[in-house]
Design a protein around this ligand. Structure first.
Ligand SMILES: [Zn+2]
Length: 332
């Protein structure tokens, strides 16, 4: 058994307290491989941003839990070598069982999400409470994220055809009964690169889809009932049109892609929203650059020559998010 403190990681408790008070959100970037991890650490060290490196259960199977644990340890040492020790959290994204959460905690995770949002309310409460009791009783306190409300879209194993907005009337009871440290809510964000159907959107003159706005009224109602309590937004990629166009220019096909406009995320991050999850944008950035290299240099076969530029683009994207969207730059 490895505690996260042995790896040099931290939990989210103090980070969220500061983020809520300071009106910014901490980036939660997903990773499955070395290049993504390097880009996350480089970008967050350079912008002096705290960071949550998160792993879904699918990513954990893909990468192997021993490798992940040691990559997290390596991330802490790498940040120090780059010249600035930023706070780093290793977080389980969408944990779907008590057993998985326990296994992650025993393998160095400093934070876990237990996602019981698809269960009936009372079952969600019972499962989330059980995970909190375990996580909070460790010698080194592990933070727990719960979820109320269902996001539409597809992300690894998590998928749902329809979204259900979080009911503000349930949030106080849920937090009190479970003891969660933060709460993921559904106010109109969505997993994946097709966050809305075209018929839910309007179009600009040049055909770009504009999604329906986030439900800031629900967020305000939740904040009123849970003053200062850390709120999490999933599915918050903006699906930049330049990456979609680059992918399509070099042979890909990503029709009807649409994300959450960055101005809306900027607005959310100034509220009690203190963790914003971004995965699809990173996937798009890497794919766009790799396709470009393959198309422009057909004789290239050294993986470093396409994964390297993809990593550089990812770093650029994350620096932009920290500085212009989440406001986390300079907060480490
Ligand atoms: Zn999610």
């Amino acid at each position: 058994m490895t505690s996260y403190k042995e790896l040099g990681l931290c939990n989210t408790v103090d980070l969220f307290k500061k983020a809520v008070a300071g009106g910014y959100a901490i980036p939660a970037y997903n990773f499955n491989n070395m290049e993504q991890m390097q880009a996350i650490i480089q970008a967050c060290v350079e912008t002096r941003s705290p960071v949550i490196m998160q792993v879904s259960s699918g990513a954990r199977k893909y990468a192997n839990s021993h490798l992940l644990r040691n990559m997290a340890r390596g991330a802490v040492e790498y940040a120090a070598e780059l010249g600035y020790k930023i706070p780093i959290v290793l977080h389980l994204d969408h944990g779907d069982s008590y057993e998985l959460c326990v296994d992650c905690i025993e393998n160095g995770f400093s934070s876990v999400m237990i996602d019981g949002s698809s269960l009936p309310y009372e079952e969600n409460v019972a499962l989330t409470k059980k995970v909190c009791e375990y996580a909070h009783s460790r010698k080194d306190y592990v933070s727990v994220e719960g979820e109320l409300g269902v996001l539409a879209g597809v992300e690894d194993e998590v998928s749902s055809e329809h979204s259900h907005y979080t009911q503000p009337s349930e949030v106080q009871d849920f937090v009190k009964k479970t003891g969660v440290d933060s709460l993921a809510i559904s106010i109109g964000t969505s997993h994946g690169r097709m966050k809305f159907k075209p018929e839910q959107c309007t179009r600009t003159a040049d055909g770009v889809l504009i999604p329906p706005p986030l439900r800031f009224d629900i967020l305000a109602e939740i904040e009123k009932r849970l003053p200062g309590f850390p709120i999490v937004l999933h599915g918050s990629s903006s699906v930049p049109i330049e990456y979609v166009k680059m992918i399509e220019k070099f042979g890909g096909k990503l029709s009807d892609s649409v994300g959450i406009p960055e101005e809306q995320l900027r607005r959310a991050s100034k509220s009690a929203v203190c963790k914003i999850n971004i995965d699809s944008d990173g996937r798009l950035a890497m794919t766009a650059i790799i396709r470009k290299v393959f198309a422009e240099k057909p004789d290239e076969f050294d993986p470093r020559k396409y994964l390297g530029p993809a990593r550089d683009e990812l770093k650029k994207l994350y620096m932009h998010k920290n500085k212009e969207v989440l406001g986390s730059a300079g907060q480490a």
